[in-house]
Every structure is written in structure tokens, then in C-alpha cells.
Design a protein around this ligand. Structure first.
Ligand code: ADP
Ligand code: MG
Length: 739
């Protein structure tokens, strides 16, 4: 199985090179190179008019051959006349394959597969697949595999090689225990591979696919469960649920919590009371108010003199959180710090009651001399703003990164907000009890376990415990996927929008209606509003194309709207430049922001009311919904315009779902049905095979895999009695980045 293809004499170096380009190095790689689809040539018939226009296989004997050359068009046509078992004549033609005639002397019996037509008096097949009738069915006569081809390698060539390899490898090691296979009616690896490459019929193909999907899900569940067990074997500081404190905080909020926020907060606060570390995912659509729930959790910890770290994926978001939390905790005695590579800020959320206003530093490092980037703390509270800014000037040169880090270590700073990289790298805490990760869809789903691992390794200043972990995501995740991928997490869902929200009006816009929308934009901007224009996401490797498209759109719109200032945001800008661009927009220095899909998901710009998305049919529904969530955050009515040139019914149908629904969970379910989980999760990130991805919709299979994984781990936690499984699991975890 691990024999290198290049050591196999039958495969010439030229082929080896091409195979290696496909990522196939060993026999095992080759055997796992599965067909992209199948041609159904399984209907073997005698010629008859009833089969006209259907795909059939027929056995026939060569009676006449002829080669036609059409010089002017450099075309050769090999024409062969056959007779089937009833002596019905059949004409087959092949274009530009003159050599075919050499293999078909008169009297040869051949099996042909293709679509049957009637031309003149002849039944006809053009460019049919064929092989000698005496050979085993490989290219005709059954479900025939079609592989992804590259120049130099045809499906036909792969089929012949595959057949040989399958014959030589009859007893492949199988990590799924035999009694389990029997119980679940699954194939052995050998049979599954055989049926996947050369299915005897549809039913067997289905079982083979199910077998393959099960194998991966089984490994996935084993891995998640193992991680869960490791996590649960740890201990964490138990934090009392102080109802009075929490109620007071909630009472002082400028709004009423939604039912979902209330429920999630209680779930979290109860988790924090336990000595087993919390590992909870807070899943709520954009705008459902995750920040307040995070604040309630943090409050419980901070008030018991323990530290909290909040990690954001980008500097802009970290800064935004710093501002929100400083404001939310302005009446408490906590010191909040912002630590990213551009900012090192400390804000003493002074207690107005104790009057301990400048007990601590409020400082900015020299790096932050760029005024346009200077953060404004709560604009609703000018005293805080000025205080921070004044002392910032005073202390400009006094606080350094080192000082901040030492204050974190000494416990003077209670709440640290920052970007992952920075906080994880070199910060030690005095007593870190809660880590909150706002991941805003930035991380691969499976990477979440990496975060979990890292949380366990935080220098939290405690010897015997690890911090509780709360992860937040704005991607609504359908239930099936949540079970498959986050089996090790507890789930809290915010599925309720704050009541004061006006639903965003969404409309599909056809090319003819473009001017109308531009006129509408003008009116809204005239009334003081702002507009996002998003250009489609091209694959990551094509950043340049994307940048070009955005730059051109920016130019075009600048001509259409000469009276306004337009910002431009794309992946080629440095993060500082991106940030400055976002800040300008936030400060209304520009009215229209043209952006590629890099636009920050979590950024809050309440004054923007129009989201215009070009070529919207190229995005997934969930992603479109995420973009739409950029607007509708303020008091004004917001709009989302989905531009599309596509006229196909399916893509319009899909977009219509957005017109009808503002519910991210519902949309992600539709996405899952229509485009498969790859779109939602990013296939590359998940590392799963196509077959496994297809079956992620299969809740039943996932549940079975989970139950069986639990079963095995119950008696054999370390898989000592299942060495093949242990080995496969190790390999799998590497491939899907679960570790
Ligand atoms: P997200 O879940 O996208 O992170 P945020 O926490 O940023 O959402 O909240 C979005 C906005 O809604 C914020 O301005 C926040 O103050 C406000 N908000 C949160 N909860 C409520 C509520 N229950 N009622 C009204 N407004 C709320
Ligand atoms: Mg948020």
C-alpha cells in the first residue's frame, strides 16, 4: 500500500510525474483517488427503437470499416459498421482516432456504450466508449467511473491501473472493527473501494459511499470525544453566580435583554460555578447581542477578583471591544487593557462611587501618535474620553508594552482585550479564570479545537486549574453541522433579535434597474446615510483579480458619484491602512465604501444603511447574510441590494430566500441543502473528503458514529486495544487540523 508509484515498472516516469501533480505518490493514494462521477452504461440491450436517445451498451461484431479524411478541416472520421445479436446493423463513428480501426479487424466482437441515435437507416453511436467483449467490463457495460483528468492522464488509463491495483490488494487493513461493520451493514475497506471504483450497481455504490462517510465521521467523533474527555478531566476555578450583582448590571443597561440573551447568560453563569472548565460556543447571528452576554460572563469573574481575557481576530475588533467593555463597565472598579501590535491602551473603568478615578494609568504608547487612529472611548461619556486622552498625552512615553505585561502579571489589570497572537504569545496572568474568543467566523471550524488546546496552555498563573472558555461565532451553524463538528462543546444559541431592530429590506436588482438604485443611494446619502459596496469574493489565490475588480469599481463609482468621497478596501492593503480606511468611514469622512469581501464582519457602523452587493449570485447565502448584517445597526431603516446578471432560475430562487428571510439559521440550513457543507465550512478548512462532506447532512449517520465512538472509548479510552484505529486517528487528526 505504501509502495511508491514510481517504483512500479508498469507506470512510466511520464505518468509518475503527472500522478504526483495530482498528489498521488503511493498505491494507497492512488486507490483513494475516487471517481468524480459515473457514466451509467449498465443497460445492455439489443438494438431497438425504444432505446433511441438513451445511453445503452450493446455487444456487436465488426462487419465493415472505413476511414474518411476531411483534409480541409484536418479531420479524420473512423467509421465502423457492426451487427448485433439480431443482425441489426449499427454504425459507430470516432473523430480523430484513426488508430481505433487497427484494433477492430472484421469479425471482432466489441462492447460499445453511448447514446443511441438514428441517422438515415442506421442506428448510430458517436464516439462511444468501447472494449473487446472478451475483456472484463471496465469501460463499458456497467457504472463506469469518471475521474478528474489532467493532461496526460485519461479516465480510461486510470481505470485499467485501478483494476490491477485492486486485484493485487485484496485484504486491506481496516480500522473499523469487523463486528461493527457487520452490525452496521458496512463494507470492508477493500470491498468499499472496489464498489466505489467499479460499482456493480447503484445500491452497492450507495453502501460503499456510506461506508466511506462513516469511516471519517467515526474518526471525527472519536477525536472530538477524546478531546472532550481530556478537557473534562481538568479543573477550573469555581465562580459564584452572584444574582444580585448580575441583576443590577442588567437593570442599568440601556435596553432589556432578549429572552435568548437571558437564557444564554444563565447557562454560562451556571457553567462558571462548576469546577469543571466550561467549553461553550455562543452561536448568534450578527446583531443578536453577543457582546453583552460576554460582558455578563466577564462581570461574574471580574467581581471575584479574577482576570478575564477577550481575544478578537483583528485589531479593529479588539479596539471596538475595548471601547464597548470600557463603557459597559464604567461604573465598576476594573482596569481594562487593550493589547494589540498597534495599540497598548489601559483604561481604568473607575468607580464613580469610590471616586478612585486615576488610581491607575490610562496611557497610550508612543506608537499611537497617529491621531486619526486614537480611539475614542464611549462618546456618550465625554469625561471618560477626555480623561483618557489627557492622561494619554501625559503618559505617552511612560507606559511600555513591558509595563503593561507586568501589570497583567501582577493582576493590576483585570480585563485584557487583544488580538489572539499578541495575548497568546508572551503574556502571563496572575489569575486568569475566563477566556472569551470572539472569532467572527475567521477561523476554520475545526481550528476551534486548537483554541481549546491553547486555552489549556495559557499562563494563567494557576497551578491546578485552567480557565473557562467561551467561544462566540456569528455564523449560524445548522444543527447537524454543530453536532458533527462541535461535539465537544456545549452550545448556547442567540436566535432572537433585539426588539428595536427594523428588519433590513432586501431586494434583488437586475442590470436594468441599476440606475434606480444609484438614484436611491443618492437620496440616502443626501439624508446623511452611508453605503457599502461589496464585490464578489474570488478564490484566495486570486487576490489580485479581486483587488483589480475593486479598484475598477471604485474608479467607476467615483465618476458616477463625483460629489462624494469614496473609500476603497481590499486584501492588498496593510492592516494599518485597512483600519484607517474603516475609521474614516466610521467618522463619515467617506460616504461610500467599496470593498472586497475583506470588510470586517464585526465592525459597527450604525450610520451605514445601504449594503450593495455586486454579482451576489457568486456568494453563499450565509455569506450574503453576513454582509447584510453590516447595516441595520442604527435607528434608520436599512436596505440590502443584491445585484445579479444571472438569469438562471436556481440562482434567483436562492437569492429570493434572502429577500424573504432575515433569519441566519434558516438561511444556513438552505445553504446546506443547496450547496452542501463545503460552502458553509470551507472544504479546505475541514479537510474532509467529498463523500464525507456530502454526508454531513446525514444526521442519523453522525449520531451512529458518535454512539459507536462513545462505546469504544468507554472500555478503551486510549485505544490500546484498537491499534489500527489509534494509527488512523492520528493520521486523520493531522489531515483535518484537529490538533
Ligand atoms: P453581535 O452579536 O453581532 O456581536 P453586538 O453585541 O455587537 O452584536 O450588539 C449589536 C448592538 O445591539 C449593540 O449596539 C448592542 O448595544 C445592541 N444590543 C444588544 N442587546 C440588545 C438588546 N437586548 N436590546 C437592544 N439592543 C441591544
Ligand atoms: Mg460581535
Amino acid at each position: 500500500m505504501n509502495t511508491l508509484l514510481k517504483n512500479i515498472p508498469k507506470i512510466t516516469p511520464k505518468y509518475v510525474k503527472t500522478l504526483e501533480k495530482l498528489g498521488l505518490f503511493t498505491i494507497q493514494d492512488f486507490l483513494f483517488y475516487l471517481p468524480r462521477r459515473y457514466d451509467d452504461f449498465s443497460k445492455t440491450v439489443a438494438l431497438s427503437e425504444e432505446y433511441l436517445n438513451s445511453v445503452i451498451t450493446v455487444c456487436a461484431i465488426v462487419t465493415k470499416v472505413k476511414l474518411n479524411r476531411i483534409f480541409r478541416r484536418k479531420l479524420t472520421i473512423a467509421e465502423v459498421i457492426f451487427e448485433d445479436e439480431n443482425q441489426t446493423p449499427l454504425k459507430a463513428v470516432w473523430f480523430n482516432q484513426p488508430f481505433i480501426l487497427e484494433s477492430m479487424p472484421i469479425g471482432t466482437e466489441v462492447r460499445l456504450s453511448g447514446k443511441l441515435k438514428l441517422k438515415g437507416k442506421y442506428f448510430t453511436l458517436s464516439n462511444p466508449a468501447w472494449e473487446r467483449a472478451s475483456r472484463e467490463k471496465t469501460n463499458t457495460g456497467q457504472l463506469v467511473p469518471v475521474y478528474s483528468e489532467t493532461p496526460g492522464i485519461t479516465s480510461k488509463w486510470i481505470r485499467w491501473q485501478m483494476k490491477t491495483f485492486l486485484e493485487k490488494n485484496q485484504n486491506l487493513e481496516d480500522f473499523v472493527p469487523e463486528e461493527l461493520r457487520k452490525k452496521l451493514h458496512l463494507y470492508s475497506l477493500t470491498s468499499a473501494l472496489r464498489q466505489l471504483h467499479f460499482p456493480e450497481n447503484e445500491e452497492k455504490l450507495l453502501i460503499a459511499k456510506k461506508t466511506f462517510a462513516f469511516r471519517e465521521m467515526f474518526l471525527m467523533q472519536l477525536k472530538t470525544l477524546q478531546m472532550k474527555n481530556v478537557w473534562e478531566a481538568q479543573s477550573a476555578p469555581s465562580l459564584r453566580f452572584d444574582e444580585e450583582l448580575i441583576e443590577k448590571f442588567i437593570e442599568n443597561l440601556p435596553f432589556q435583554l432578549t429572552g435568548a440573551q437571558h437564557k444564554a447568560s444563565i447557562e454560562i453563569l451556571k457553567d462558571l460555578e462548576k469546577t469543571c472548565p466550561m467549553n461553550r460556543l455562543l452561536n448568534g447571528d450578527v446583531g443578536t447581542g453577543k457582546t453583552v452576554v460576554a460582558a455578563i460572563s466577564a462581570l461574574s469573574v471580574l467581581s471575584q477578583n479574577q482576570q478575564v481575557a477577550i481575544l478578537a481576530p483583528t485589531e479593529v475588533l479588539a479596539l471596538q471591544h475595548f471601547q464597548s467593555f470600557s463603557k459597559l463597565f464604567k461604573n465598576y472598579d476594573f482596569n481594562v487593557a487593550l493589547l494589540t501590535s498597534s495599540y497598548k491602551l489601559i483604561n481604568c473603568c473607575h468607580s464613580e462611587r469610590s471616586g478612585a478615578q486615576s488610581k491607575n494609568l490610562q496611557a497610550i504608547t508612543p506608537k499611537l501618535s497617529n491621531k486619526s487612529l486614537a480611539p475614542r472611548l464611549s462618546s456618550a461619556d465625554p469625561s471618560t474620553t477626555s480623561r483618557v486622552q489627557d492622561s494619554a498625552q501625559d503618559d505617552m512615553s511612560k507606559i511600555t508594552r513591558e509595563q503593561m505585561i507586568s501589570q497583567i502579571e501582577s493582576g493590576e489589570i483585570n480585563l485584557v482585550i487583544g488580538t489572539h497572537a499578541i495575548i497568546q504569545k508572551d503574556v502571563s496572568f496572575k489569575n486568569l479564570a475566563l477566556v472569551i474568543i470572539d472569532e467572527q467566523h475567521r477561523f476554520g471550524v475545526t481550528q476551534r479545537s486548537v483554541l481549546q488546546q491553547e486555552t489549556m496552555e495559557f499562563k494563567d498563573g494557576k497551578k491546578k486549574t485552567i480557565p473557562h472558555l467561551l467561544t462566540m461565532t456569528a455564523t449560524p451553524i445548522p444543527r447537524t453541522l454543530a453536532i458533527a463538528f462541535f461535539g465537544s462543546l456545549d452550545l448556547s444559541v442567540l436566535d432572537e433579535m433585539p426588539r428595536n431592530r427594523k428588519p433590513i429590506k432586501t431586494k434583488i436588482v437586475l442590470p436594468t434597474q441599476r440606475d434606480q438604485v444609484y438614484a436611491f443611494m443618492r437620496r440616502e446619502i443626501g439624508a446623511g446615510r452611508q453605503v457599502f459596496v461589496i464585490l464578489p469574493f474570488v478564490e484566495e489565490s486570486k487576490v489580485l483579480t479581486e483587488v483589480k475588480a475593486a479598484t475598477e469599481e471604485h474608479k467607476k463609482l467615483s465618476l458616477i458619484f463625483p460629489e462624494y468621497s469614496l473609500g476603497l478596501l481590499h486584501g492588498r492593503l496593510k492592516s494599518k491602512e485597512k483600519e484607517a480606511m474603516m475609521q474614516d468611514f466610521k467618522k463619515k469622512k467617506s460616504q461610500i465604501l467599496v470593498s472586497t469581501s475583506v470588510v470586517e464582519v464585526g465592525i459597527d457602523i450604525p450610520n451605514a444603511t445601504i449594503m450593495l452587493i455586486e454579482n451576489s449570485d457568486r456568494f453563499g447565502l450565509s455569506q450574503l447574510h453576513q454582509f447584510r448584517g453590516r447595516v441595520g445597526r442604527g435607528a434608520h431603516q436599512s436596505y440590502c441590494f443584491l445585484f445579479t446578471d444571472s438569469t438562471t432560475q436556481t440562482s434567483l430562487e436562492r437569492l429570493r430566500a434572502l429577500e424573504k428571510s432575515n433569519d441566519g439559521f434558516k438561511l444556513s440550513e438552505i445553504d446546506l441543502q443547496l450547496r452542501g457543507p463545503g460552502q458553509l465550512l470551507g472544504k479546505a478548512q475541514s479537510g474532509l473528503s467529498d463523500i464525507a462532506m456530502e454526508n454531513l447532512n446525514n444526521l442519523k449517520l453522525i449520531k451512529i458514529a458518535r454512539a459507536e465512538a462513545e462505546n469504544i472509548l468507554k472500555t478503551d479510552a486510549k485505544l490500546k486495544k484498537h491499534p489500527l484505529l489509534a494509527k488512523a486517528l492520528e493520521k486523520f487528526a493531522k489531515a483535518v487540523h484537529l490538533e
